[in-house]
Design a protein around this ligand. Structure first.
Ligand code: HEC
Length: 130
């Protein structure tokens, strides 16, 4: 009997580990509502793209106008509503192709977000819970 309990415990731990390991991907890939709000960081997959393609301007040491609109250095301090509405705005500018700015894209062709990254960001934006 004890052995069964022990084995169940092991099986649960393994399952939990798997779920936690794949969480960043499922977070950006699923339509399950995600929590937003203070202390909530960008999912790794989103952060990777943002750091490469947006944070030259949208960060503490970036462009004054840009960080006034969205500052990825202080994303975690935004409240849930602000995170959700900024995420939607980010999806919108990516879809339209207005960000990153044309000149930046011309100078950094390798860092321009791919279509797959844009789709991923929009799925994340649409799944954020206010
Ligand atoms: C070369 C600098 C630069 C880069 C790179 C850049 N931005 Fe911007 N962004 C700006 C500036 C400047 C503004 C404010 C003026 C404006 O709206 O055009 C802005 C505004 C915005 C806005 C607000 C637009 C609105 O309509 O209110 C969003 C959202 C945004 N950027 C998202 C992004 C995202 C996402 C990326 C990366 C994929 C990115 N930006 C990359 C400079 C940049």
């Amino acid at each position: 009997m004890k052995k069964v309990v022990f084995l169940t415990f092991i099986a649960m731990s393994v399952l939990l580990t798997i779920v936690l390991m794949f969480n960043p991907q499922t977070a950006a890939g699923s339509m399950k509502p995600l929590k937003a709000g203070p202390g909530t960081a960008l999912p790794d997959s989103v952060h990777k793209m943002v750091q490469r393609a947006c944070m030259d301007c949208h960060a503490d040491d970036g462009n004054f106008m840009a960080k006034g609109k969205v500052n990825f250095s202080t994303w975690e301090k935004y409240d849930a509503e602000k995170q959700a509405s900024k995420a939607k705005a980010i999806c919108k500018v990516l879809t339209k192709g207005s960000m990153p700015q044309k000149k930046w894209c011309a100078n950094n062709p390798k860092d321009v977000p791919t279509q797959a990254e844009k789709d991923m960001v929009c799925r994340w934006a649409n799944s954020l819970q206010k």
